[in-house]
Design a protein around this ligand. Sequence first.
Ligand code: GUN
Ligand code: FE
Length: 431
Amino acid sequence: SNNETVSDIARVYRGTFVHSTQNAAVEILKDTVLGVDTEGRIAFIGAAAEVAKLAETWGFRISDVRHLGPRFFMPGLVDTHIHASQYSYTGTALDLPLLKWLETYTFPTEVNYKDLDFAQDVYTKVVKRTLRNGTTTACYFATIYTDSSLLLGEIADKYGQRALVGKVCMDANNAVPLYKETVDHSTKETNRFIGELLKRKYALVRPIVTPRFALSCTPPLLSHLGEIAKNNDLHIQSHISENKEEVALVKKQFSDSESYAEVYHKHNLLTDKTVMAHGCYLTDSELELFRKTGTAISHCPNSNISLCSGMLDVRRVLKHKVKLGLGTDVAGGYSPSMLDAIRRALDTSKVLNIQDAEHKTLTFEEERTGNFQVGKDFDALLINPLVPDSPFDMFPNESTKGVLEKFLNLGDDRNIEEVYVAGRKVIPFQE
Ligand code: GUN
Ligand code: FE
């Protein structure tokens, strides 16, 4: 049976691997050997002392093993909420609160994505920029336009990023009436988007059902989208309880619903495949509904602060055992880098601690990423703390944990030498 596995190993690395496990948010594996098979999956992981035995079992040559030296591998970063279409103005236009910001900057910008050339330019830039910053998986909002949303899927596939891509749905927009659909059109186009994207059989790109948020959708549209997601077993993404004015308006417009979360729940939009962004003002009973339905929250701390929306209390979310991930929320959040999202999440937690000493701050060690487990796809970042233009300095006897902490606090894309998604090297770009 060994003969069958001989040609299966594509690459073998030897050195330090840092990841999260069920038991430990940070586990450091020193002098470890990891093999990736030709399908991009982790074939084996073991102690370097056993490299000869592993070589025999798996049929690789010890001379082909790549030594990492001062570098280490960590799991790829997952951006659970990013608006690809807003990347054209990221880093600007942060002077207004959410609803005014949407009307003034966002909706007029998103109209431009009817133009496929404009979309091609921005979408190529955002996919490359996020990959460069170590985002191996991105959960994207595109726009209401199906064809350019499909183009985003094509570009993610071309550069090798794992992506969930959402054609945005909205049939209510008083501020920019040009930028909305009818219920029928939105439903039909969502079906066309899903069908066409699945037909293309991109290995790592999937559609995600995307009602923009309650204020952009009428109940009939929410119902159709809940049904589409259910019938096709698809992921769902939207926004919830980001800003106080938004929460008050939802209460007014959906007065027959008990809460904001109930508005979505009523239409089967809270599932174990749902990601809701923000959630700053969710009540205990709403968090309980999230836990019961398996709905996850995307914490977008840069956006929450930049638009003066609010601060998510992560401790409270975790106490309710609600699933939680981090998002950049470009362009409400100005940085496309997940390292920034990690830093802003810690900042927010520290501000909550300043306001209330009872609030226990988060630590970098709690920032769980994925892990290197046999059978899983190899989505990984090769970090080099010693690049010549490194944004931080090293001193004698740095511990690996210390180096990881420095990278998370001070590192940037200069330290991310290589990025792998499903075993494929996507950084440096292989054009
Ligand atoms: N709520 C509805 N649409 C948006 C958006 O584009 N960005 C953010 N941050 N919140 C929203
Ligand atoms: Fe958002």
